[in-house]
Design a protein around this ligand. Structure first.
Ligand SMILES: Cc1cc2nc3c(=O)[nH]c(=O)nc-3n(C[C@H](O)[C@H](O)[C@H](O)COP(=O)(O)OP(=O)(O)OC[C@H]3O[C@@H](n4cnc5c(N)ncnc54)[C@H](O)[C@@H]3O)c2cc1C
Length: 428
């Protein structure tokens, strides 16, 4: 059955594989584990647990993939949202190496799940980091050398200004870049729908339109929705940017930010290869990052622009198009077919917040724009930890995540001022 009623009108919805509609929870059910949230984090946790013979119930407030997982840029990069040099200076070489290795596992999980479940999601390889600042040429070189020499990672190579120009023909990128053939891009909603189907086949009970209002209890817990409840001993919080009041103890560790994407009309092959010769995905050096790639049918999918309110701008197409034309002025006459927004959760230090609260409540969120791979990893290692094997999960105990100053109530003013400062810096 195709039920597209609740999703944003995105290119992904337009090109989605079959979307299965799941019923609402209207009764009391028992489960070993109750997972709250039907994005990558929740579904990967549920799938992994079901494969280990746990009885799992997953509750999603809207539709599976309604959140960031079904709306994002589709770019799967290596490492974390911190350069390897910053990981080393912030956490020391030993922890940096273990974090790098977990990020490699994360990409492997995405690749392996797509193969294992034969998910049709346009998987392609090649992830570029480019820059508009000539002074960055050296930084790109040093980054590539560091990964090649110290981390034995030879899938990444340096490209100078001319090579980058030949790839994208953008007047903006004067600072060279790096090409990572271990990075990937994919259709995120189709990846997620494939994981949801696999989870259901493995025995997970998925309920949609079933927002969790609260949960209570210590050893035995009750998870309440408007019309039903789940009796369980273990809860997994996979709500990401939408967590807010459900668990106040950790909500102040993340900040919700809205980010926007457009899809042009399909370009012909020549036009598509002119602006993206090798069909890679790319992102730039801006604090408010520009990111882009081609869809399977040759549309430019371009992301850029953020806001920090509860609403998206009403004129999203023209809002994102303006930024797109800075990067690709040649697309002046192209029609914009779709534009949509989504909400990301970021942490103060841009590392994911993964852990366990005192009473059998696990959580992962704040992937800071790196969630396709990192949320897939988070789901996998939360399931391992619940099953008693917490070696990979425990690494994240060593990564301290600060609370936003002011917590959930007062974090906005300071954050907003900080963002204004960085917007100004980007423009200058
Ligand atoms: C515009 C945009 C572009 C992005 N680009 C990229 C990219 O190119 N590469 C990348 O790696 N990452 C990207 N990201 C980030 C990535 O999409 C996220 O990190 C990732 O999807 C997080 O997955 P999740 O499952 O934790 O959260 P989500 O996918 O947001 O899922 C959380 C789910 O929980 C549900 N929920 C919340 N509260 C409740 C409740 N009380 N009861 C029941 N259900 C609840 C929500 O309805 C939602 O469906 C982007 C994000 C956005 C918004």
């Amino acid at each position: 059955m195709n039920d597209k009623s609740e999703y944003p009108d995105s290119y992904y919805l337009h090109s989605a594989n079959t979307i299965t509609s799941r019923g609402q929870l209207t009764e009391t059910v028992d489960a070993d584990v109750c997972v709250i949230g039907g994005g990558f984090t929740g579904l990967l946790t549920a799938l992994n647990l079901a494969e280990k013979n746990y009885k799992v119930v997953l509750l999603e407030a809207h539709k599976i993939g309604w959140g960031a997982s079904g709306r994002n840029g589709g770019q799967v990069g290596s490492g974390h949202n911190k350069k390897i040099q910053d990981l080393e200076s912030d956490y020391g070489k030993d922890l940096a190496r273990r974090l790098w290795s977990l990020a490699e596992d994360a990409k492997g999980i995405v690749r392996d799940r797509i193969t294992q479940h034969a998910i049709d999601c346009d998987l392609s390889f090649g992830n570029m980091h480019v820059s508009d600042d000539i002074r960055d040429l050296k930084k790109h070189q040093e980054y590539v050398e560091k990964l090649n020499n110290d981390y034995n990672y030879d899938l990444i190579s340096y490209l100078d200004e001319e090579e980058v120009y030949e790839m994208f023909h953008s007047p903006l990128f004067k600072g060279g870049g790096s090409l990572d053939m271990g990075g990937m891009h994919l259709h995120p909603l189709n990846y997620l729908l494939g994981i949801a189907d696999a989870a259901e086949r493995a025995g997970v009970l998925i309920y949609e339109e079933s927002e969790v209002i609260n949960y209570k209890g210590q050893d035995k817990k009750i998870v309440n929705t408007k019309k039903g409840r789940v009796n369980t001993s273990t809860i997994v919080l996979a709500c990401n940017a939408y967590l807010e009041k459900l668990e106040k103890r950790i909500a102040g560790k993340i900040m919700p930010i809205n980010n926007f994407i457009l899809a042009t009309e399909p370009l012909d092959d020549g036009e598509a290869r002119y602006i993206n010769r090798d069909n890679v995905c790319a992102h730039d050096n801006k604090f408010h990052v520009h990111y882009f790639r081609m869809s399977q049918d040759n549309r430019l999918l371009f992301g850029g622009g953020e806001n920090y309110t509860t609403k998206f701008p009403s004129n999203l197409k023209s809002y994102v198009r303006k930024t797109m034309l800075d990067v690709f002025p040649k697309l002046e006459n192209k029609k914009i077919d779709f534009a949509w927004g989504g909400t990301i959760a970021v942490t103060v230090n841009r590392m994911p917040h993964i852990g366990k609260l005192d009473s059998g409540i696990y959580f992962s969120h704040g992937f800071s724009g790196h969630g396709i791979a990192m949320a897939s990893l988070a789901g996998t290692i939360m399931a391992e930890a619940i099953d008693g094997f917490s070696k990979r999960f425990d690494v994240f105990n060593e990564v301290k995540i600060h609370t936003y100053p002011g917590g959930t109530l007062l974090r906005w003013p300071g954050f907003y001022l900080g963002m204004l400062y960085y917007s100004l810096k980007d423009r200058l």
